[in-house]
Design a protein around this ligand. Structure first.
Ligand SMILES: Nc1nc2c(ncn2[C@@H]2O[C@H](COP(=O)(O)OP(=O)(O)OP(=O)(O)O)[C@@H](O)[C@H]2O)c(=O)[nH]1
Ligand SMILES: [Mg+2]
Length: 461
């Protein structure tokens, strides 16, 4: 079933090496070596290794250049036999003293004795290729490395342990079973033997449609845990958007001045709210402007508004609500908007705006008044999207697209079943659906997808 990936696969007979820990000076640095020649190469450079190695054992001694007999470093060598380490191949992890010069010498020796430098994600690609992990799990390795909060790390870890993969395997086996019954129907059609009642298959298909629907609904929650709940600050110039961004981020990220039109481009920062990542975006104040740059900034702000999870519309409470602000408010989606009556430390103007049922908070970036209320309201919105984080399955954009297609093929097959169309036609749709699941798991793939997934990794992973 698998198509070969031209780049990395053709070279999988090579033994590869790379620095696996962060570059630079550190307590220790870890160099990885993996591939068919790993043991031969390691034994040339580590005379302390015994003739017969035991998997998952750590050996201690000197890394030595066999040509000069010069000791390079005092190291620990962890050994993993073929099929038992991360890559599925024979593999070593050398712990050196954390000095880039030592690491360079070690890598040079490994290359000199038959290894080559690994490419981005090549260790993980090998783990995938040798069936140690599926593509969904490979992606979770990347997510785990890149996660910026504990919650997103724990989500990635659950995925690495296979929570989404097992859902996919279950879908795969159920669709395959429906197909088997259908195809038996086709084979025995001439003999007029009904293998499985069509209404049973129809109910099973319907249940699968709902199962996929449930997974799709995880997309948003997974995205929030992975890359943050997106909050955008909107409002007229000078209402204090940048000041609020700075207070929430706890740093002077955006420039604040009493001059209208200070912020012209998007300014973004992340903070954690009870451990949930919040992605906060400051925008150019919205007003009629002749300034080209400001106009572009305003256009960007409106575009970002579409993808935001929550819009915070600020007004200056000491000035009241201007007609253009009321008009801006009317153009916002009410279910994802909060109104912030800012600068509550100043003498309040009579608020003449009408915000209907949209909640509002009075607050001041200067004194901190109302900030906890605002945080509480944001958290409440997050919890509405992520009700029980332990049950969230991380459906990324790639999985989402395949699941959407799978759902469409299943839906089409269901319609054909209801209309009592021929089993051949129904089977055709189900095969297409199955293919989408295979693609999620990486059981069939095209090179471009593979390149896209693995090129995001760092070297040494
Ligand atoms: N009294 C008071 N002044 C504030 C408060 N927040 C901001 N300001 C002042 O309001 C002015 C404008 O603040 P900014 O944060 O630059 O406003 P902005 O909405 O980002 O403005 P633009 O970037 O021009 O759209 C500055 O002089 C701030 O010091 C507040 O809570 N209370
Ligand atoms: Mg600003």
């Amino acid at each position: 079933m698998r198509r070969l990936m031209t780049g990395l696969l053709n070279r999988d007979k090579d033994t590869i090496c790379a620095l696996a820990s962060a570059p630079g000076r550190a307590g220790i640095s870890v160099v990885r070596l993996s591939g068919p020649q790993a043991q031969v190469i390691a034994k040339k450079l580590c005379p302390f290794l015994p003739e017969s190695l035991e998997s998952h054992h750590i050996y201690y001694g000197h890394l030595r250049d066999p040509k000069s007999n010069h000791n390079v470093d005092e190291i620990l060598a962890a050994y993993f036999s073929a099929g038992r380490g991360f890559t599925g191949e024979e593999c070593f992890e050398f712990s050196l003293h954390g000095n880039p010069n030592l690491v360079d010498q070690c890598l040079e020796l490994l290359v000199e004795h038959g290894a080559r430098m690994a490419e981005r994600g090549e260790f993980t690609f090998r783990a995938f290729h040798h069936g140690r992990i599926d593509l969904v799990q490979a992606e979770s390795v990347l997510d785990l490395i890149q996660s910026e909060s504990r919650k997103s790390a724990s989500l990635s870890l659950r995925q690495l342990q296979g929570n989404l993969s097992s859902e996919m395997f279950q879908l795969k086996s159920e669709i395959t079973s429906i197909l088997a019954h259908l195809e038996a129907n086709i084979d025995f059609a001439a003999e007029d033997i009904q293998v499985a009642e069509m209404d049973v298959l129809r109910d099973q298909t319907q249940a699968l449609v709902s199962q996929i629907e449930k997974l799709l609904s995880n997309h948003r929650a997974g995205r929030i845990l992975r890359s943050g709940f997106k909050v955008i600050l909107l409002g007229s110039p000078n209402v204090g958007k940048s000041s609020l961004l700075n207070v929430l981020l706890g740093e002077e990220k955006a420039i604040v001045t009493p001059i209208e039109g200070t912020t012209r481009d998007l300014i973004e920062g992340q903070f954690l709210l009870e451990g949930y990542p919040v992605d906060l975006m400051d925008t150019a104040g919205l007003r009629e402007s002749l300034d080209e740059i400001e106009k572009i900034g305003q256009k960007r702000a409106r575009e970002k508004m579409e993808s935001a999870d929550l819009i915070l519309m600020l007004i200056d409470g000491s000035k009241g609500v201007f007609p253009e602000e009321q008009a801006l408010f009317e153009s916002l989606p009410r279910d994802k908007t909060l109104v912030l009556v800012h600068k509550s430390d100043l003498k309040p103007a009579k608020i003449s705006g009408d915000f209907g049922s949209v909640p509002s908070v009075r607050l001041s970036s200067k004194t901190g008044e109302g900030l906890d209320d605002l945080k509480g309201m944001i958290l409440k919105r997050i919890l509405q999207e992520v009700p029980s984080e332990d049950s969230v399955v991380s459906v990324n954009a790639r999985h989402y697209n395949h699941l959407k297609r799978a759902q469409k093929f299943l839906g089409d097959s269901l319609t054909l079943m209801v209309n009592e169309e021929s089993p051949d036609l129904i089977a055709l749709e189900l095969h297409q659906c199955l293919r989408q699941i295979y693609e999620i798991l990486g059981e069939v793939y095209d090179d471009q997808v593979m390149d896209q997934v693995f090129s995001q990794f760092c070297i040494g992973k």
